[in-house]
Each structure stands twice: as C-alpha cells, then as structure tokens.
Design a protein around this ligand. Sequence first.
Ligand code: ADP
Length: 186
Amino acid sequence: MQRHDEVVVGKTRVKLIQGDITEQETDAIVNAANSALAGGGGVDGAIHRAGGPAIMEECHRIITQIGRLETGKAVITSGGKLKAKYVIHTVGPVWRGGTGGEAKLLTSAYQESLRLASEYGLKSISFPSISTGAYGYPVAEAARVALRAVVDFLRQCETSLQEVYFVLYDARTYNTYTSKLAELAN
Ligand code: ADP
C-alpha cells in the first residue's frame, strides 16, 4: 500500500511521526482531554504526568470559569515542565457508531485547536490521534477525518503555523494515518 508521511499545504508542512507526544518540542502539543479537564488515562494522563501540576491548576481555573469544555472546543494552558510552551486541550467525540455527528465534532476538535494556535501566533503544533483510544473512534475513519480537517483548515484559514505534526503512539495507528494521507494526496 502506498504511504505518505508528509504533505505541504500553502506554507505549512503536515508531518506524521511515530512517537510520544510529551517529548515533542513544538510550540504546543494537543491533549485529547475530557469535558471536565480532569485528567485521566491515555495521552491525557501522560501529558499531566510529564508536565507537572501547574497544567492541572490552570485546567481547574478554566473549569471554574466555564463549567465544562464542550466536545469539539479547545482551550490553552502553559506547558508546565514540558518542552512545549503550551498545551491545547480539546475534547474529541466518544464513538457511538458514527450517526451522532462524530465526524463533525472530531473535525471541530482539530480545527478549534488550530484556530487557537493561530491566535497565539504559534509556529508549530503536535496532535495525538484524538478519540481513537478510550473514546473508541475507529482509527481508519478518525485518520481520514483528522487529516481532512487539518488540510481544509490550512487551505481556508490564515495561520502562523509552519509545521503541524501528528505524533502517533503505536505502529498500527501510524501506518493507518500514512495510508490515509496517501489517499488524500492522490
Ligand atoms: P481518547 O480518549 O480521545 O480516545 P486516548 O488518550 O485514550 O484518547 O487515546 C488517543 C490516542 O493517543 C491513542 O492512539 C493512544 O494510543 C495515544 N497515546 C497514548 N499515549 C500517548 C502519548 N504519550 N503520545 C502520543 N499518543 C499517545
């Protein structure tokens, strides 16, 4: 199967890598958070463990102000002890079979994160594979939606971003994203 790990859209490079998002040196990394910004397992737990308590303190302050972070929305905190300066917390949809507007909500989670990064003038950002762990979104469908969301945003919106990374934890997820990027590029 043909694979692609990189595509350039306008002035922005979109690159797929396999790795641990907590080690990335991009200006921001994105957290696949929950609506309570309460931390948890998966990538959320890994980011809070690596970033230290300052990130959770900021999350508590945000939740005190807004109540809950709706699915598809995004907020920003500092990166605490991480190499990344910021963490953008977004909430992807829980998979309910595909008829509950999941694709639209997943698109929104990516695009709201990109919008926030652009508002902050950031040059680089790393995404995990939002919703494909505990939230159960099938990886092939999520990869198609995620890549389309990012490419559409970069085509349609002004942005400071020069590099958008997908940091995919396991080989199966990485391989699925590369084959979906090949389909998008064709
Ligand atoms: P969700 O609740 O949105 O499904 P999860 O954290 O359960 O989020 O899973 C999302 C994806 O993040 C999965 O592919 C999981 O393997 C991956 N993941 C877990 N830890 C890390 C990490 N340190 N860096 C990058 N991706 C990670």
